[in-house]
Design a binder for this molecule. Structure first.
Ligand code: PAF
Length: 279
């Protein structure tokens, strides 16, 4: 695997490649990321991964400096997956001057759910993803459904800017007990790790209620939040939304069988976990 930090060198290596499959990451790779690499391999060749901890998507209370950096271990994992190029720019490589142009998602997609609790987060994400796409010029790019809203926003960005990159969605990779794999799981104590699958179970219960005809979404969301509270979680939201635009479904939408997804974010101890389930 070639490890490249400069944009020029990356472009030289990829010139003439028309089927590049790209997986952007912030490193600290786990099985979930590796499953994205495997999916990328099915959709294109060569596979390019990136590792870049993107300062623009960190809020003032989120510690950019403390984000886990495990570069050597990440390299070994990517090599085993047969990744062709690892693009690992420094901040100077990717942002040689202050990044003043930004891509701001529309408020009704970027300022809801995660965006409400992490102001500016999605602007940071879309700005870096557009820039990474411009460096790699991939035919396809793979994003996990674990970050459902991020996936939707990037898909819409790609469509509205007519980018030549197809966005591929990868299913969430879960531990045997259902917990979605995430870099943040390493912060859970043993007791919290044992409790953590309750978030996914809660999503299942909500989905089950909807499937069995319980259509008071607000009541279902409130009940789910109360259950999490009772188990010592501190939920930010449990929310049932339409899959296509992440807006709350109207009675008309429900009558027409709109496709739904239930999304949740909640703190367990000091660790904030997110998850979602398509209904
Ligand atoms: O999902 C992530 O790891 C990041 O948000 C991404 C897409 C690599 C952009 O920094």
């Amino acid at each position: 695997m070639k490890i490249i930090s400069s944009i020029e060198e990356l472009r030289d290596h990829l010139s003439g490649q028309l089927r590049t499959a790209f997986v952007p990451t912030m490193g600290n790779l786990h099985e979930g990321h590796l499953s994205l690499m495997r999916l990328a391999k099915k959709h294109g060749d060569p596979v390019v991964a990136s590792i870049f901890v993107n300062r623009l998507q960190f809020g003032p209370n989120e510690d950019f400096d403390k984000y886990p950096r495990t570069f050597q271990a990440d390299v070994e994992k990517l090599e085993k997956e047969g990744v062709y190029i690892l693009f690992a720019p420094t901040e100077k490589d990717l942002y040689p001057e202050p990044q003043e142009f930004r891509v701001r998602p529309p408020d009704d997609l970027g300022n809801i759910l995660e965006g409400e609790f992490r102001p500016g987060f999605f602007t940071g994400v879309t700005t870096v993803v557009l820039k990474l796409f411009s460096c790699v010029q991939p035919k396809v790019a793979v994003f996990g459904k674990k970050d459902y809203q991020q996936l939707m926003i990037i898909r819409n960005m790609s469509k509205q800017f007519a980018l030549p990159t197809e966005i591929i969605a990868a299913d969430t990779y879960r531990a045997d007990d259902g917990l979605a794999l995430s870099s943040r799981n390493m912060y859970l104590s043993a007791a919290e790790r044992a409790e953590a699958p309750a978030l996914y179970q809660t999503l299942h219960e909500v989905a089950q209620e909807v499937r069995s005809g319980h259509l008071d979404m607000f009541a279902l969301e409130r009940q789910a939040m109360e259950k999490l509270h009772a188990r010592q979680w501190n939920p930010d939201y449990v929310s049932i939304r339409k899959r296509d635009n992440l807006q709350p479904p109207s009675a008309g939408d429900l009558a027409q069988g709109a496709q739904l997804v239930v999304l949740a974010a909640a703190k367990l101890g000091g660790t904030r976990l997110i998850d979602n389930l398509e209904i």
